[in-house]
Design a protein around this ligand. Structure first.
Ligand code: PLP
Length: 363
């Protein structure tokens, strides 16, 4: 049986007529940057999340960078975040000359442990940036409470959690600014790079819009140092089609993720724990195993692709050695990064494929 890690071809076949029509409309209009498709997508993203403002941008990484820029994070500032994430989260902090202050994760959710945040706040702390990893939101109420006490903004790195619910509210609309990614393999994926920022703050929204367009409101009148961080119209058009079908996909992902957990019960793997009041969009369906390399090899023998998100926590990455952290500083992140592995996951994974994967795991 040939199994895809993520079945993007099946998804394209499902929406082909609509996607082709929308993309051809962009080609015919020659409005490749901005325009109606982007305006309409932003309106629909705002409605979907309940945020006052949704702003399309060039990638999840740029969304995080723009969020920090909008909050004036710069040289000498500290940003509290998790070491158990994709590099972008801390990369953008470093790019602005600020310093990542890492806080270990909770062993159940793999998200930042709110009980460990407060002791790391200093007078240089400029923001808290939790990550909603694998599709489940960080414990945003607890984080927002600490932030409010210290008058700090919170940026949710929701690059993996667009569509997830946290206590009745949508991911991306749970903090000062929410940032997501539309990388093709994400739950809501474009056909290239893309991302979005979400906020309920009018001033921040206006500033972000300026920053992503070279700091200008009016052509060639640059008020701020910005970037080229725009989302193009072709991606906006494709995302507009996929957003219409997104709730159905989220439901399927939830069913497939839950079914994985059911049929993997009482096996050697530790399945994801979804907190009460939360849902996961399973950007990754990630399990923990004692001997990961053996499990990966066993599945590979049967043609089952897997991936590791993420094998090295950020504090142990060569690029971040200058921060001065060492092995043992964040024991839970280190443990999980040695054991975690992701199984094939998409809204198009069939029960037969899932049974085949689980049989291989048990075998
Ligand atoms: C947690 C996290 N943060 C940031 C990013 C960056 O998003 P992008 O690849 O769209 O730049 C990703 C996506 O890979 C991610 O998973």
């Amino acid at each position: 049986m040939k199994i895809n890690f993520i079945d993007l071809q099946a998804q394209y076949q499902e929406y082909k007529t609509e996607i082709d029509r929308e993309v051809l409309e962009v080609f015919a209009s020659a409005q490749f940057i901005g325009g109606e498709k982007l305006i309409s997508l932003e309106k629909n993203l705002a409605t979907y999340t309940g945020s006052k403002h949704a702003i399309g941008c060039s990638s999840g990484t740029d969304a995080l960078l723009l969020a920090l820029m909008a909050l004036d994070v710069g040289a000498g500032d500290e940003v509290i975040t998790t070491p158990f994430t994709f590099i972008s989260t801390a990369e953008v902090i470093a790019l602005l000359g600020a310093k990542s202050v890492f806080v270990d994760i909770d062993e159940d959710s793999y998200n930042i442990d709110p009980t460990k945040i407060e002791s790391r706040i200093t007078d240089r702390t400029k923001a808290i940036m939790p990550v909603s990893l694998y599709g489940q939101c960080a414990d945003m109420d607890a984080i927002n409470e600490i932030a409010a006490k210290h008058n700090l903004p919170v940026i949710e790195d929701a690059c993996q959690s667009f569509g997830a619910l946290y206590r009745g509210k949508k991911s991306c609309n749970l903090s000062t600014i929410g940032c997501t990614s539309f990388f093709p393999s994400k739950p809501l994926g474009a056909y290239g790079d893309g991302g979005a920022l979400f906020t309920n703050d009018d001033e921040l929204a206006a500033k972000i819009r300026m920053l992503l367009n070279h700091g200008q409101n009016e052509r060639y009148k640059h008020k701020l140092i910005g970037i080229n961080g725009r989302l193009d119209a072709v991606q906006a058009a494709i995302l507009g089609v996929k957003l219409k079908h997104f709730d159905k996909e989220v439901k399927l992902r939830d069913e497939i993720g839950s079914r994985y957990s059911d049929i993997l019960e009482n096996t050697a793997v530790i399945t994801p724990k979804i907190a009460q009041g939360s849902t996961s969009v399973y950007a990754q369906y990630s399990v923990r195993v004692q001997d990961r390399e053996a499990m990966i090899a066993k599945l590979a023998e049967q043609g089952i692709p897997t991936a590791v998100h993420y094998p090295v926590p950020l504090h142990l990455q060569e690029a971040f050695l200058y921060l001065g952290y060492s092995e043992g500083d964040f024991p839970i992140s280190e443990l999980v990064s040695k054991q975690i592995m992701s199984l094939p996951m998409s809204a198009y994974l069939s029960e037969a494929e899932q049974d085949f994967i689980v049989r291989a795991i048990k075998g």
